[in-house]
Ligand binder design. Structure first.
Ligand code: CMP
Length: 137
């Protein structure tokens, strides 16, 4: 059994697709073991995306991520890291396969509705960034 960190980004909350995104994970048998709404400060967003700090989109991405509430989730299941990434679709919604979350709801490569950890190492760092043991079922 594996865990991953997913975030419904400010565009997903604004578009009122929280329930639809959570359903797309649950319908595939993925379990929500932690969930909360948060308003990230610019600093908290910068810390979360620190691996991208040298990318040209870092400032814009962290401004966007701190522009409104997000929903952070810990998801659990077999092979859940890769399965969540498949359900989300490609980072760039123009390249995301039909039926994926980003294909259906995202508008551009930055405002792409949802985040998911990209590896077991990322998940191990990202889950405790938002959740304590007590906050996970
Ligand atoms: P996410 O899966 O949260 O991981 C890093 C984020 O950076 C990504 O989703 C996008 O929101 C953003 N991102 C990645 N590539 C680009 C890019 N070329 N231009 C703007 N934003 C990007």
């Amino acid at each position: 059994m594996q865990r991953t960190l997913s975030i419904i980004k400010p565009d997903g909350v604004r578009k009122q697709v929280i329930g639809r995104v959570v359903s797309m994970f649950e319908e595939k048998g993925i379990r929500v073991v932690g969930i909360k709404m948060l308003c990230l400060t610019k600093e908290k967003a910068m810390g979360f995306y620190r691996v991208h700090k040298d990318r040209p989109f870092f400032d814009s991405l962290t401004t966007f991520m701190s522009s409104g509430p997000v929903v952070a989730m810990v998801l659990e299941g077999e092979d859940v890291i890769d399965r969540v990434r498949d359900i989300m679709g490609a980072t760039d919604p123009k390249k995301a396969a039909g039926g994926t979350i980003r294909n259906m709801y995202a508008s551009d490569i930055e405002k792409n509705i949802v985040h998911g950890s990209d590896s077991p190492e990322s998940a191990a760092a990202e889950i405790p960034y938002f959740f304590s043991e007590m906050e996970m079922g």
